[in-house]
Design a protein around this ligand. Sequence first.
Ligand code: PAF
Length: 304
Amino acid sequence: MRILIVGAGALGSLFGGLLARAGATVQLYNPSQIEHIDAVRRAGLQIECAGGETLHIRLQATAQAPEIAAADLVGLFVKAHQTAAAMAQIAPKISAEAWVLSLQNGVGMESEILRYLPGERFLRGTTAQGATLLGPGRVRWAGVGPTRLGRWQGLPNAETDQLVALCNRAGLETEFVADIERLLWEKLMVNSVINPLTALFNLPNGAIVNDSELREIAHAVAREALPLARHHGVLSSEPEIIEKIERVACKTAENISSMLQDVRRGQPTEIAYINGAVVREGRRLNIPTPLNLLLVKLVASRSS
Ligand code: PAF
């Protein structure tokens, strides 16, 4: 399988590297991480695993003209707010037989992808894998967890089975799910609590549970979004939603959330697709979400 990873930062490079190691022909593409791409091209990708082992993987990488037309799968790993620009650039060259896969955080960028391809070729998913860019060509595999993906429209087929098998061979525990939209909302509930609070207070994910005041705020934010989660058929009670969020916070206690990483780098964050998505859905369903709106405003004021 020929795979193009668009937006190869920490997570994209982790997926690309592991898939290449499992036998796929992978090209990393990132026009804004030139040093990282150069390092991968020169010396390969180094993935530092939790147990201390370092994987050295040789794969193609470019900051300029990626091989779009040849790709059987285009993995979109750009930030949610970069989706429209990335698709406008690459979509005209994507083969009609190729799949586009998005494991992006948040909800709402799907419409920007579906402007260019039918729902049958669009694979949307969530991942609990964690990755941090340590320096050019070096990624820390920061957390291991399930990846779930589904077709936006249509049933699994031989090609999606092949992709799921490849991911599992690569060490990325992956399963195909029928109702991907439900899972996106479940992940959104986790991200809408952990990401803005860790970003605003400059703390690792574990603080959501270990800092008693932050924990109280986290519970209030989760409680506010509960009616929306229920509407989407996930996490039907307060203990359930809190348990889900706290389990992820504990499992990734040492992680610096993607939103805090963005704030630290002075980059725009995905807040509009995370808490912003909660606020938009709340307005649509006539459910007030003032805490989520406050978080949108606070994070936006930090990162712009
Ligand atoms: O965005 C992130 O950082 C991750 O989705 C999560 C699950 C919060 C872990 O850091």
